[in-house]
Write a protein that binds this ligand. Structure first.
Ligand SMILES: *[C@@H]1O[C@H](CO)[C@@H](O)[C@H](O)[C@H]1NC(C)=O
Ligand SMILES: *[C@@H]1O[C@H](CO)[C@@H](O)[C@H](O)[C@H]1NC(C)=O
Length: 304
């Protein structure tokens, strides 16, 4: 009896203590619904209609509120005014990117999921190099028009019969990206190209599954659970190995006085910076950048 009482007392103290720690940490955060231990506010969010749930919260707590996704506090900006104030009014403070565990698993470096100084330098290099390669200028327009002609030729082959153009429409932007990265486009039936696109497509599907969102909240699952995030990892690794072979080919045929494409520009910069231990010009970062361009140049465009 006494033992039970002592245990109950200890347990109560622990609970009070954890609640006190929790609420003192909360003090600095915007208001929001009270979270439960471990799952946070997940039970209050309708996963099938997340934006409606956010609308409901914003009516109670205002346009800036805190939700706990698992144990991770997440501040939600709701509506145009709040988002504009943050991203335009305080752009410098808000230019960071939260860690997304599922991307940490597959990507090292690149622009889309990096932060701070490395992000700034990588972005600057990507931007200036893409401009040198014609971004925003006539020469890129030529690439796009050339690709458009191939598309028209391909569509003519159907002789006006019913045809699902989903795949071919994904090929077009991907090929423009390839012409910038690898200097060459691919035939639409090229085996490497088809498998590249299939992997990107499968990965995009996996990334939008509920399971991956759950993994992002409880990252221990990533290391210890079976699930489609492992397929994602394998497919990304395949894609990255392919990029690595392409990079090696480029190294063999590199002419420093005459860079042909994005990879060449990077390799030249890598040689110039090889004494700098903090250089962002590493293989990992190059692969990260190329993956960003692929994903950004296929799925994002196609979906829109
Ligand atoms: C939002 O609030 C309305 C009215 O209170 C409720 O009917 C609806 O189920 C809520 N939706 C979500 C997704 O929480
Ligand atoms: C992705 O990886 C899985 C597991 O290795 C494999 O079965 C699947 O065929 C891959 N997808 C593509 C499109 O290559």
């Amino acid at each position: 009896m006494d033992l039970v009482l002592v245990l109950v007392l200890i347990l109560t103290c622990l609970l009070l203590l954890s609640h006190w720690k929790w609420s003192s940490k909360r003090g600095k955060l915007p208001p929001g619904p009270t979270p439960l231990p471990i799952i946070g506010n997940i039970h209050q969010i309708n996963v099938k209609n997340v934006h409606q749930s956010f609308t409901n919260f914003s009516k109670i707590y205002g346009p800036v509120f805190t939700l706990y996704l698992g144990m991770k506090p997440t501040v939600v900006l709701y509506g145009y005014e709040a988002i504009k104030e943050a991203l335009i009014g305080h752009g410098e403070e808000f230019n960071g990117r939260a860690r997304i565990p599922i991307f940490d698993m597959v990507l090292k470096g690149g622009v889309a999921f990096s932060n701070g100084k490395a992000w700034k330098e990588t972005r600057h290099f990507s931007f200036t190099t893409l401009r040198k390669l014609g971004m925003g200028q006539r020469s890129i327009e030529n690439h796009i028009q050339e690709e458009a002609r191939f598309l028209v030729e391909e569509l003519k082959k159907t002789n006006g019969s019913p045809y699902d153009p989903t795949f071919i429409l994904a090929c077009v932007p991907c090929n423009v990206v390839c012409s910038i990265i690898f200097q060459n486009r691919f035939e639409y039936k090229d085996q490497d190209f088809v498998s590249l696109l299939e992997k990107l497509n499968e990965n995009a599907k996996i990334l939008s599954t509920l399971w991956v969102q759950v993994c992002n909240i409880f990252h221990v699952l990533i290391d210890y659970c079976p699930g489609n995030h492992n397929t994602l990892y394998k497919n990304f690794t395949c894609l990255q190995n392919y990029l690595l072979t392409k990079i090696k080919e480029h190294e063999k045929s590199l002419d420093v006085t005459n860079p042909r494409d994005f990879i060449d520009y990077f390799l030249i910069k890598e040689m110039q910076e090889n004494r700098n231990p903090q250089s962002i010009y590493t293989r990992e970062n190059l692969i990260g950048m190329l993956t960003d361009m692929f994903v950004g140049g296929t799925e994002t465009i196609k979906a829109n």
